[in-house]
Design a protein around this ligand. Structure first.
Ligand code: FEO
Length: 396
């Protein structure tokens, strides 16, 4: 990534990863990603805020060289995960006078993960400040977005909040600042769904904390910089609220067509009742899109045939993922087919123990669906409609 100026003596010096297709070996990255690192040059001291994934260490070093940076006094580390901290050892090699400024927890992680010596750290507490001369850094602890040590750093004079993963997006773009608001929120929603959604409650209190600052720019460590902070703050407020939409998500898999027929019929039964519905064939779907769809859905209905007396293994995998990301769905149930016997419903319940849902009566159908089965599916659609109509968190 070319060096770009955010404000006087504040530069984006990180790297764009145009070609990365998978994160954490599970999360699809349809638009690549970036590892943003920021250089703040004060009248007396210079600070680098976060680094980049080790794959891109040369880009960061070249960017610093392009700016003729001869001295880095502080490497502020907002988060210990290696896509932001992994190049700290290289920076310490190149700038031996630098100290890593972070909180006690992050220091512990970085000693374990990156083998950085204890004497290289300066530990700070929530609310502490660090003077760079004419610029001041203030540390704002924002734990559990998405690790326990995560924090943000506020550049007081320039009103920039550097938030690391918080408000991030996996997007590779040549635009430093958000240009297309709708696209930016969509990208951030995918990131929220996959990374942040399990931490909805701590994010609520961290949002309040961040909103207490006078912010001109939100500069995360993935994706673009927000020069209209309210865009992402308002989106996050909605996502972490209890509000859900009159919407049903149906992750499904079908082997010989019975479950597909059940799902197609059920989708139409919901549409007829004015309910938004989105089926996902889990064999071919992007798991990130399923996650995004669950950010604001009221109901999840899982559909699977019976394989070796249980769920289809791909349905079980997707349910395990959904259980891990903890969407705020309010209602759930199961539909599907079986041949002679099955434990799919019990298995689905066990795999989704993190979801705080009211379970509705499942519809299990022997073989291909028949007239009575279609009536059962109509009854389930009607039951979902009634639940949605009486739910205080849905605006119909
Ligand atoms: Fe972008 Fe939690 O690392």
């Amino acid at each position: 990534m070319a060096v770009r100026k955010i404000k006087k003596d504040v530069y984006a010096v990180g790297a764009i990863d145009w070609d990365r297709t998978l994160f954490d070996e599970i999360i699809p990255l349809p638009d690549g990603t970036s590892y943003n690192s920021y250089l703040v040059v004060g009248s007396e001291k210079t600070a680098l805020i976060d680094t980049v994934d080790p794959e891109k260490e040369n880009e960061l070093l070249e960017n610093l060289s392009e700016l003729n940076v001869e001295r880095i006094d502080y490497i502020v580390s907002n988060h210990a995960e290696q896509d932001h901290s992994g190049t700290i050892p290289k920076i310490l090699d190149a700038y031996p006078m630098a100290k890593v400024v972070t909180n006690e927890k992050c220091k512990g992680f970085e000693k374990d993960l990156l083998l950085i010596d204890d004497d290289k750290f300066i530990t700070i507490k929530d609310g502490d400040t660090l003077s760079l001369g004419n610029k001041t850094l203030k540390f704002v602890f924002t734990p559990w977005v998405h690790w326990p040590e995560t924090m943000s750093t506020y550049l007081v004079e320039d009103k920039i909040m550097f938030t690391c993963d918080f408000f991030g997006s996996h997007i590779a773009s040549s635009d430093l600042f958000v240009k297309n608001d709708a696209k930016a929120v969509e990208d951030a929603k995918r990131y929220y769904a996959e990374i942040m959604m399990p931490f909805r409650m701590p994010i609520r209190s961290n949002l309040k904390k961040i909103e207490g600052y006078d912010i001109e720019f939100i500069a995360p460590s993935h994706g673009q910089v927000y020069d209209k902070p309210e865009l992402i703050l308002n989106a996050y407020k909605e996502w972490v609220s209890e509000d859900v939409k009159n919407k049903v998500v149906i992750p499904y898999v079908s082997m010989h067509g019975s479950t597909e027929r059940i799902v197609n019929y059920f989708v139409n039964a919901l549409i007829k009742r004015g309910i938004e519905v989105r089926p996902y064939n889990v064999i071919t779907s992007d798991i990130g899109e399923i996650a995004m769809s669950l950010v604001d859905s009221a109901t999840i209905v899982v559909a699977s045939p019976t394989v070796l007396v249980g769920l289809h293994p791909t349905a079980a995998y997707v349910l395990s993922f959904i259980n891990a990301i903890r969407p705020k769905v309010k209602f759930g149930t199961f539909i599907g087919s079986y041949g002679w016997a099955g434990q799919s419903v019990n298995q689905a319940k066990a795999l989704t123990s993190n979801l705080k849902v009211e379970m509705l009566e499942p519809v299990l159908i022997k073989g291909y669906p028949k007239d009575d089965d279609f009536k059962s599916l109509e009854n389930l659609a009607e039951s979902i409609l009634k639940k949605h109509e009486s739910c205080e968190h849905i605006k119909l």
